[in-house]
Design a protein. Structure first.
Length: 188
């Protein structure tokens, strides 16, 4: 198997399992409005579309670099590590997980496991996987897609922060002062 095919397979497995796992989430008690969520979703859709543009066949300005075979396999490992980290966070969050910005019954601050390293470990893991995918592709489209995805993740993370502060109050404020948002070991 080639590195590009391995990366595509990892992402496909992630998408299928992530969608299937949505069945074991509790129903939302309160959610952000569609209007609040539309902005990050536009960035995610555009970024994903650009990141999916195939890397083969590009020459000159559209191909910024070509990783060696060893570098490409390092990218495969990093994509896998990012997806595994995101899955660890999702499993640790359990039935409180939601694809949208929501509050569940008995919602509370989860600050153990990956949530003790960063407040949004699912995003951290997926950003690592996205950055590694971009590095393996080496195209203008990959860089542009990654930039849009990063902007979308930051927008959604900030929306979640505002929403959770409103729902959980001082408990979330305390958590936010102790744990960094997206980058482990960064200042909170």
């Amino acid at each position: 198997m080639r590195p590009g095919a391995a990366i595509a397979a990892l992402w496909l497995i992630w998408v299928v399992t992530w969608i299937a796992a949505a069945l074991w989430a509790d129903p939302a008690q309160k959610r952000a409005t569609v209007g609040e969520e539309v902005r990050y979703r536009i960035f995610w859709a555009a970024g994903t579309a650009l990141l999916l543009v195939p890397a083969h066949g590009y020459q000159g300005r559209l191909r910024l670099w070509i990783p060696s075979l060893a570098e490409a396999w390092v990218c495969v490992v990093l994509v896998a590590a990012g997806i595994i980290f995101a899955w660890w966070a999702r499993i640790h969050l359990g039935r409180l997980w939601s694809a949208s910005v929501t509050a569940k019954a008995d919602h509370h601050v989860v600050d153990s496991g990956p949530y003790g390293l960063v407040r949004h470990p699912i995003y951290t893991g997926l950003l690592l996987a996205v950055l590694a995918t971009m590095a393996a592709k080496g195209t203008v489209w990959g860089v542009a897609g990654t930039a849009l995805l990063i902007i979308g993740v930051v927008i959604k993370a900030k929306l979640e922060e505002r929403f959770l502060r409103g729902e959980l109050g001082p408990a979330y404020d305390d958590y936010a002062t102790r744990v960094p948002m997206l980058v482990p070991f960064a200042p909170a």
